[in-house]
Ligand binder design. Structure first.
Ligand code: UDP
Length: 330
């Protein structure tokens, strides 16, 4: 019995593939390699290159492999890009999920664990954010993820599909062995950009706004280690397998760190000089996003082990130092 990993060659999906193999499970990876890297996959992983929007491709995979459960990571995931290309986000994210769910229903596959986002909440009225906070996305990205969650909900009502939606806060870090990590082209995320500046690959890290109503004026985010994030996915698969009902969980650390604090921590962890410069605010950035993850702990039994900003930056640094060209150097 196999677990389909849609988007399994991406940053987060590839960590899932490695952990599934660690647990003796059989991942079947599909990825269109638009942003994913084949080199992130372990040797011997079953991999089909193709697009989730391609109905015939999806059917061919479900025909060839006996899929028991699905992990869904295949999506565009950048707030800023989604503001510029909303229709691309609807096409890839919403239509792509539609085809995946249609295929699951056709082949009688019931369980899906879905990668959602804190962006479904918009600017929160209070932090830490609980799962029952109002969902008011402020970007096409957040809106499409909420639409995908709702599509699963209604497919559950009509077709018996069961889902766990995991709303990620800021994911960073890398696998401990330094062989799997974050490599986006172009890179837009804070932690890898700070570390590229530490490596001298960038002149400086630009701080997007220092006039927010926060303790040092820079945006506050809640950082979760990618390996802990994936543990929650595997626990969610078990939860569904045991008959757990469809639900939504936040994944974060219950603690917030500012952009300046992240840069300072990176200076300490790397021992490098990391020049910073002040830039304009980035449209769509809420001042503060902090998760309450109590529900995931209580219901799924989630216990984050490496979620601490020093560990996160240390593990990411290990990857960046060993792979300064990312997967391009492998
Ligand atoms: N950020 C920044 N400079 C950068 C990249 C990000 O100041 O070069 C800030 C960004 O404004 C946000 C935080 O770092 O407040 C995290 O951004 P990221 O893109 O990593 O994740 P997001 O919060 O958008 O999911």
């Amino acid at each position: 019995m196999s677990v389909l990993v849609a988007g399994g060659a991406g940053y987060i999906g590839s960590h899932a593939v490695h952990q599934l193999l660690d647990q003796g499970k059989q991942p079947v990876v599909i990825d269109n390699l638009r942003t994913g890297h084949k080199a992130s996959l372990p040797k011997g992983a079953v991999f089909y290159e193709g697009d989730i929007r391609d109905r015939e491709f999806m059917k061919s995979v479900f025909r060839r492999k006996r899929i028991k459960q699905v992990l869904m990571f295949a999506a565009h995931s950048l707030v800023g890009e989604s503001m510029e290309k909303p229709l691309e986000y609807y096409d890839n994210n919403v239509f792509g999920t539609q085809v995946l769910l249609e295929t699951m229903v056709e082949f009688g596959v019931r369980d899906i664990v879905f990668s959602s986002t804190a962006a479904v909440y918009g600017e929160p009225a209070e932090v830490p954010i609980k799962e029952n906070a109002p969902t008011m996305p402020e970007s096409p990205y957040g809106e499409t993820k909420l639409g995908m969650e709702n599509m699963m909900k209604w497919s559950g009502t009509a077709h018996g599909l069961r889902y766990v939606s995991l709303r990620y806060f800021n994911v960073a870090g890398a696998r401990l062995n330094g062989r799997v990590g974050e490599d986006h082209r172009p890179e837009t995320h804070l932690v890898p950009i700070i570390l590229q500046a530490a490596l001298g690959q960038r002149e400086a890290i630009t701080i997007f706004g220092d006039d927010y109503p926060t303790r040092d004026g820079t945006c506050i985010r809640d950082y979760v280690h990618v390996e802990d994030l994936i543990s929650a996915h595997l626990q969610a698969l078990d939860y569904l397998q045991k008959g757990g009902s469809s639900d939504v969980f936040n994944l974060g650390s219950n603690e917030g760190f500012s952009v300046k604090e992240m840069i300072e921590t990176a200076r300490q962890v790397t021992g490098r000089d990391i020049p910073e410069q002040r830039g304009e605010r980035r449209p769509g950035d809420p001042a503060r996003l902090i998760a309450s993850s109590e529900k995931a702990k209580k219901v799924l039994g989630w216990e984050p082990k490496r979620t601490d900003v020093e560990n996160i930056i240390r593990d990411a640094w290990n990857w960046h130092r060993k792979n300064p060209q990312g997967y391009g150097g492998i």
